[in-house]
Ligand binder design. Structure first.
Ligand SMILES: Cc1cc2nc3c(=O)[nH]c(=O)nc-3n(C[C@H](O)[C@H](O)[C@H](O)COP(=O)(O)OP(=O)(O)OC[C@H]3O[C@@H](n4cnc5c(N)ncnc54)[C@H](O)[C@@H]3O)c2cc1C
Length: 471
């Protein structure tokens, strides 16, 4: 598969691969767009199934929303850092286990205020029946925030005041972090539709980078290749990058983030069908950012999370104490939703100083950080958001609609995962799924199904248990 300047006329004259050519040894070809977990999973699977694969990645690095930074002299994940579901059912467990990467489980006891688990949101645990009743009583969807206010309108005795009210706001703040969106935009009908794997949440102590690097080994990855146009024809696809060069193949797997699809910076020719365009428009994409503060020494309590409660969820703060998991004197401030939007407009210095001010509210003697890192996932043209969520009034089947292929274009990425949206393992699974769909389609079409091994075949790698501290 060659990168070459080619007019459409030339493309029609030179179909990617005809049946005849194949019989003389050429293998089917696929272009994978995006080098995050979904893209790498798809590319790896098809490469291993003897396809010719090229990955076109707009950034100067692979990993996408998995980004391990080493500028402090040790790994810091500016994107994903947890494996959600530390269990053998997690599709990433075999790979992480084989690499011997340690995990630190953060859910469980010993946290200031509350643990990380979604299940431990007290409002919904203790008063869950009431919120459920709101859901049952109203046919139309509403936001989580509206549902809570309805509960309070009906049962004023449940209304919380003082510290209890502030703690409730902190739970909301944490929930907003989970969905990367404000509570007044999250759908009540869909908020608990995603599946949680068992086993709690394990921090990747050495960062996620070794995992993506392992997937990428031996693949043809073209960095700094920003895709601008995707043309699909009966006999193949033509993908054009920013500098005008084009790539042709039998099929393409699109794994760019939902935010990028929403921005219409990639032109599809012919246009994507209406059902696909509306799924792209209707599924929500939210923002969560990280402001990583590195201190000279540790002056905070030996807990996993530090929370600052406030009158509104916007005013609450949440710090992850990396010292507990990694031994480094680092706190990670994680704003989400509107707060994250506001902070990402600041300079790095102002953002770090904002985070530090929040910390000073609870630890007035805190000494200033010696180094900091600031993420801006919502402004980065390669992501335009952190991860997807169900917006009020929109059906949950949007994830599936995003996934469904259109002719020889396949779609993968966290926003196409029905069960595990917004996660690394979700993105990874969709990459494998798209690879398998693509493999079947291309080979069925050319009548060579029996020549190739299955992508997700029977081969069971030696199972190595996950290394978990804090059992
Ligand atoms: C702050 C933050 C914290 C998170 N925490 C966790 C966590 O702890 N655990 C967890 O499981 N998940 C977490 N997530 C979510 C997780 O990171 C994502 O769900 C997952 O990494 C998405 O993978 P993906 O392959 O779908 O997309 P991406 O990783 O975004 O990959 C898409 C790729 O496409 C590239 N691209 C974009 N535009 C173009 C173009 N025009 N042409 C070519 N390439 C293009 C991008 O550069 C990118 O490399 C977090 C995300 C963020 C932002």
């Amino acid at each position: 598969m060659e990168s070459r300047e080619q007019s459409n006329r030339q493309l029609t004259k030179v179909p990617c691969y005809s049946n005849v050519e194949r019989r003389h040894g050429a293998s089917p070809s696929v272009i994978v767009i995006g080098g995050g977990f979904a893209g790498m999973a798809a590319a790896r699977a098809l490469h291993d199934a003897s396809f010719q694969v090229v990955v076109l990645e707009s950034r100067d690095r692979i990993g996408g929303r998995v980004h391990t930074d080493y500028s402090f002299g040790f790994p810091i994940d500016l994107g994903a850092s947890w494996l959600h579901g530390v269990c053998k059912e997690n599709p990433l467990a075999p790979l992480i286990g084989r690499l011997g990467l340690p995990l630190y489980r953060t859910s469980g006891d010993n946290s200031v205020l509350y643990d990380h688990d979604l299940e431990s949101y007290a409002l919904f645990d203790m008063d869950g029946n009431q919120t459920d009743k709101v859901r049952q009583n109203y046919s139309e969807d509403m936001s989580i925030l509206r549902a809570i206010s309805i509960v309070f309108e009906r049962k004023p005795e449940l209304r919380l005041e003082g510290i209890a009210h502030k703690v409730l706001q902190w739970y909301l703040c944490r929930m907003e972090g989970w969905f990367a969106a404000d509570a007044d935009t999250i759908s009540l009908k869909c908020w608990d539709q995603e599946e949680l794997l068992p086993g709690g949440h394990g921090l990747m102590v050495r960062g996620y980078l070794p995992v993506i690097n392992t997937l990428a080994k031996g693949l043809d990855i073209r960095l700094n290749h920003r895709v601008k146009k995707i043309v699909r024809r009966y006999n193949g696809v033509k993908v054009t990058v920013e500098d005008g060069r084009s790539f042709i193949a039998d099929a393409a797997i699109v794994t760019v983030p939902l935010g990028v699809l929403k921005s219409n910076t990639i032109k599809f020719e012919p246009r994507l069908p209406e059902w696909k365009e509306s799924a792209i428009a209707d599924l929500g994409v939210g923002i969560e950012n990280k402001i990583v503060l590195h201190f000279e020494n540790v002056f905070w309590p030996n807990v996993e999370f530090l929370g600052v409660v406030a009158e509104t969820s916007y005013g609450c703060s949440y710090f992850l104490n990396l010292h507990k998991a990694t031994g480094h004197s680092v706190l990670v401030y994680m704003p989400a939703g509107k707060l994250a939007l506001d902070i990402q407009k600041m300079s790095d210095e102002a953002a770090a100083s904002f985070a530090f001010k929040q910390l000073k509210k609870i630890l007035p003697d805190a000494s200033a950080p010696i180094q900091y890192l600031v993420s801006r996932w919502g402004m980065d043209e390669n992501s335009l958001g952190s991860y997807s969520y169900d917006a009020v009034g929109k059906p949950h089947d949007l994830y599936e609609r995003l996934r469904i292929p259109v002719d020889n274009l396949f779609f993968a990425g966290e926003a196409t995962s029905v069960d595990y949206p917004g996660s690394v393992h979700g993105a990874y699974s969709t990459g494998l799924m798209a690879a398998e769909d693509c493999r079947m389609r291309v080979l069925e079409r050319y009548g060579e199904l029996d020549l190739f091994q299955p992508v997700m075949g029977e081969e069971t790698p030696v199972s190595v248990p996950l290394l978990i501290s804090r059992m």
